[in-house]
Design a protein around this ligand. Structure first.
Ligand code: T4K
Length: 369
């Protein structure tokens, strides 16, 4: 049985069972379970409004839209990306037979450093795939100007960036395509789920074909598509969670402010501050441990917290470039990725979710201090 005293890194936002039950009854009645059902259509529309984007395609998880985005943009050869992410980012390239080329990150955000991109471009480069890690916006202007100069596509893995805005605009407007994850562990979830955001009707149409085996009509297949469709149960669950996600983000913000207040004078612990003009979703609360100043190492603190049943996570350690599939790539050398190694070696993501109480947060702060 689950130990109730454990504090996990995250806890899913759950809709009311009663309200879900009423959707389930309607779905049972209609006997329409998947393949662009009415709740799927409703959720796409509602998300376009909420996220302030023109076109969205729902998926069964956050990995398939990455794989499909690369297909839709006909990306081949080499793609410049970041090693400081969840492994799905690079796996999406590998599944398309594309060679990942890692560039280092900027320690101020954890995101790909635009100044490192140009040196990594070769005649085989066709795209850049950055990640808004922890929901921190990438330097989208700098990335776009390099992409324009070299004729490259930009596909953002925005898995962590649900609802993030910069200067009043959705961060999902940047690049050619952005993708989201609606996994149970995310700020907004549909249990498993994800989405792809694009900027024109033609691309949306192509993506909808690709996520349905490539079918364009009953008897025509326009490309070797895949099955990425979200079903009606998850779409209904997603409609309900959308109604409460703002409250969840507010609750997360309170947790972030409490952590910052409690840790601001702790020598050897640092964290990200809110960025002016950025509407954050408080998806993660990473702290970085300087062992010399703090007195013990990241791992010592991580296991100390674990003894107290506080289960933070070391996202994103190890770096993707350290996994056996990618370790032998020329761009995976430590010297090429010094900042990324530094961040991965010192990070702990503290528990961050809408269900944390003031007492939980205080206890975590006291143990760290
Ligand atoms: N791109 C980026 C940048 C991503 O971060 C991700 C996923 C993707 C792409 C791919 O999107 P998806 O295909 O997954 O939609 C978790 C998530 O499974 C994964 O979605 C997420 N990123 C990644 C950062 O975290 P794990 O291996 O850490 O999950 P797990 O099972 O250890 O769960 C983490 C914690 O959450 C546990 O301590 C307990 C809690 N939890 C988890 C689940 C599943 C719950 O309380 N309830 C639950 O139902 O990968």
């Amino acid at each position: 049985m689950e130990d109730k005293n454990k504090i996990l890194v995250t806890s899913p936002l759950l809709p009311s069972l009663n309200e879900l039950q009423s959707y389930l009854e309607r779905i049972w009645e209609d006997k329409w379970l998947t393949n662009n059902g009415k709740y799927h259509q409703e959720l796409e529309k509602a998300l376009c409004e909420y996220l302030k984007v023109p076109y969205i395609s729902l998926f069964t998880n956050g990995t398939l839209p990455l794989i499909v985005a690369l297909q839709a943009m006909r990306i081949t050869g080499e793609v410049i990306t970041t090693p400081y992410s969840f492994v799905a980012t690079t796996h999406a390239l590998w599944w398309n037979g594309i060679k990942p080329v890692f560039v280092d990150i900027d320690l101020a955000t954890g995101n790909m450093d635009p100044q490192k991109i140009e040196a990594a471009i070769t005649p085989k480069t066709t795209a850049i795939m950055p990640v808004h890690v922890y929901g921190n916006p990438c330097d989208t202007e700098a990335i776009q100007s390099i992409a324009d100069k070299y004729g490259l596509k930009v596909i953002y893995d925005a898995a962590h960036a649900f609802g993030v805005e910069q200067n009043g605009k959705s961060i999902l407007e940047a690049g050619d395509i952005s993708t989201l994850s609606f996994h149970a562990t995310k700020t907004y979830n549909t249990i498993e789920g994800g989405a792809l955001i694009c900027h024109d009707a033609k691309t949306k149409e192509r993506i909808d074909y690709l996520k349905n085996f490539g079918f364009a009509g009953e008897t025509t297949v326009i490309a070797p598509g895949i099955n990425g469709k979200m079903d009606e149960l998850r779409a209904a669950y997603g409609l309900l969670n959308l109604k409460q996600v703002d409250n969840a983000i507010e609750a997360r913000k309170r947790v972030a402010l409490a952590y910052r207040a409690g840790l601001k004078n702790t020598k050897g612990i640092s964290f990200f501050e809110d960025v002016p003009n950025v509407k954050s979703n408080y998806s993660y609360f990473p702290i970085f441990i300087d062992a010399k100043e703090y007195g013990i190492t990241r791992d010592e603190l991580y296991f100390r917290l674990k003894e107290e049943k506080i289960l933070g996570r070391r996202y994103f350690y190890p770096l993707i470039s350290e996994f056996s599939t990618y370790k032998e790539l020329p761009s995976s050398t430590r010297n090429n990725l010094l900042n990324a190694h530094k961040m991965a070696d010192n990070v702990i993501c503290l528990p961050m979710h809408q269900g944390l109480t003031d007492e939980d947060v205080l206890r975590i702060i006291q143990i760290i201090n």
